[in-house]
Design a protein around this ligand. Structure first.
Ligand code: FEO
Length: 392
C-alpha cells in the first residue's frame, strides 16, 4: 500500500479517494485524500484517521511500519467524519490508544459515536512528550469546525493542521513540488473559497497562532503536503482571510429566453472596454463551487437573473444562498435581469449584496421582456462604468 516517510520516523498513512466527485455540495473533479500521519518515537502516535470506507487502506499502510496494537495515542484534530470516521475501527485494533482531542472535540466525538473512547482532552498550548519529540496542540476554532486544532512537532519543524491549507487532490505524489504550484494553488483556492471563507477572522487568529512557529513542512489532512511553497500558501491565506481581491470582474447569470444572457454579454463587453479582465459564468453550465474559485480573487461580481414566478431562477437562488453562507466581503456588486410583468429578480439579488456589505456604485438594470439596442448600449455602458470603478 506504500506508506510514505515524510520525515525520519514520520509516515503518511492516509487514504486516497480517487472516485469522489462531490464533497458536501462542492465538486471535486480531482478526487481527494484523507491524510493520516504515523509518528514512531518512544510512543507511537497516529494523527487523524480517514473516511470510514478507506480504513483498510490506512491500516495496511500503518502495518507496513508498526503493529497497530502498539499505537499509544490517536490524535483527533477534527471531529468531521472524513477524518474521524475510522476512529472506532482504529480503536478496535489499537485498544491501548488514548484519543487526544480538544474539549469540543470530545463532545463532538461522543455525539457521533455514542461511546467512550478513552479520551484525553487537551487545551490550546498543551504539550505532550513522546520520546525525542514533543507534540504541541493549538486550537484553531472554526477552521473548520469549533473543535478544530493543529498538532505541531517542533523537533521536526512539522505542522499537522488538519483542514487548514488542504486541497482536494487525489494523487500518487505527496508533495507540492511534485504536483506543481499551478494545480495546487487552484485547488487550495477552491478549498478555501468553498470551505474556509466564512471564517476569515478565525483564520487570521489561526495564522497568528501558528505564525511564530518554526515550520519547514505543513502536512494537512487533504491533498498534498507543503514543503516548497509554504511562504506562497501562507501569503495566500493572509490575503484570502482579509477578502483581498484583484481588479477583475465576473458576470454570473442564468437566462430563460435569452434576454438576461444578452445583458450578460453586453456587461462583459463593457468591462472589456474598460480594460478589466472579466469572465462569464452561466449557472446552467457551471457549478457554484467552481464559480467560487473565481470569486475568491474577483472584486466586481455582476449577478443576473430573469424573474420567474416573482423570484430569481432556482439556479441563481442556489448561488445567492451559497454566497450568503460563504460571506465574501469587500466586493463591488451589480444586479441585472429581464422580466415579463413583475420585475423582482434585481431586488432579490441586491438584497443579498447589501447583506454581504457589497458596494453597488452603479445602479442595477431590469429590462422588460427583450432588450432593444439603446437598452443594450446602456447595459454595456454600465459594464464600462463598473470596470472604470475597480480599475486601479
Ligand atoms: Fe476535512 Fe472539516 O473536514
Amino acid at each position: 500500500m506504500n506508506k510514505v516517510e515524510i520525515k525520519p520516523g514520520v509516515y503518511w498513512v492516509g487514504g486516497i479517494d480517487w472516485d469522489i466527485r462531490e464533497f458536501h455540495g462542492y465538486v471535486t473533479p480531482r478526487g481527494t485524500t484523507y491524510n493520516a500521519y504515523l509518528i514512531v518515537d518512544e510512543k507511537v502516535v497516529l494523527v487523524d484517521t480517514v473516511k470510514h470506507h478507506l480504513f483498510d487502506e490506512m491500516l495496511a499502510r500503518i502495518r507496513e511500519v508498526v503493529d497497530p496494537a502498539r499505537i499509544d495515542y490517536i490524535v483527533s484534530n477534527h471531529v468531521e467524519m472524513d477524518h474521524s470516521g475510522s476512529l472506532p475501527m482504529m480503536k478496535a485494533v489499537a485498544p491501548n490508544a488514548k484519543v487526544i482531542t480538544s474539549v469540543k472535540g470530545e463532545k463532538g466525538l461522543r455525539r457521533h459515536f455514542k461511546r467512550d473512547m478513552d479520551y484525553q482532552v487537551v487545551q490550546s498550548g498543551d504539550r505532550l512528550g513522546i520520546g525525542k519529540r514533543t507534540l504541541v496542540f493549538v486550537h484553531i476554532p472554526m477552521v473548520h469546525w469549533p473543535d478544530s486544532m493543529v498538532t505541531y512537532v517542533p523537533e521536526d519543524r512539522l505542522l499537522l493542521p488538519n483542514d487548514a491549507f488542504g486541497q482536494h487532490i487525489a494523487s500518487h505524489e505527496r508533495f507540492d513540488d511534485e504536483v506543481g504550484w499551478a494545480v495546487v494553488r487552484e485547488e487550495a483556492a477552491k478549498y478555501y473559497a468553498n470551505i474556509v471563507m466564512p471564517y476569515g477572522e478565525q483564520v487570521k487568529k489561526a495564522l497568528a497562532a501558528v505564525g511564530g512557529l518554526d515550520i519547514d513542512m505543513i502536512a494537512p489532512s487533504h491533498g498534498i503536503i507543503w514543503r516548497r511553497h509554504i511562504p506562497d500558501i501562507l501569503a495566500k491565506y493572509v490575503k484570502w482571510a482579509d477578502h483581498q481581491t484583484e481588479p477583475r470582474a465576473m458576470v454570473v447569470y442564468d437566462t430563460m429566453w435569452g434576454s438576461t444572457e444578452r445583458m450578460a454579454l453586453k456587461l462583459y463587453e463593457g468591462l472589456v472596454d474598460a480594460g478589466v479582465p472579466a469572465t462569464l459564468w452561466n449557472l446552467k453550465t457551471n457549478h457554484i463551487s467552481d464559480v467560487m474559485t473565481e470569486l475568491i480573487r474577483t472584486e466586481a461580481v455582476l449577478i443576473g437573473s430573469p424573474t420567474l414566478n416573482g423570484q430569481v431562477l432556482p439556479t441563481v437562488a442556489a448561488f445567492l444562498t451559497y454566497i450568503r453562507g460563504l460571506k465574501p466581503r469587500k466586493r463591488v456588486g451589480f444586479a441585472f435581469g429581464s422580466y415579463g410583468w413583475a420585475g423582482k429578480s434585481r431586488e432579490d439579488i441586491e438584497t443579498v449584496m447589501s447583506e454581504l456589505g457589497w458596494e453597488m456604485p452603479v445602479p442595477g438594470i431590469s429590462i422588460n421582456y427583450v432588450p432593444d439596442d439603446p437598452e443594450l448600449d446602456a447595459v454595456r455602458e454600465a459594464g464600462r462604468a463598473i470596470g472604470q470603478h475597480i480599475k486601479r
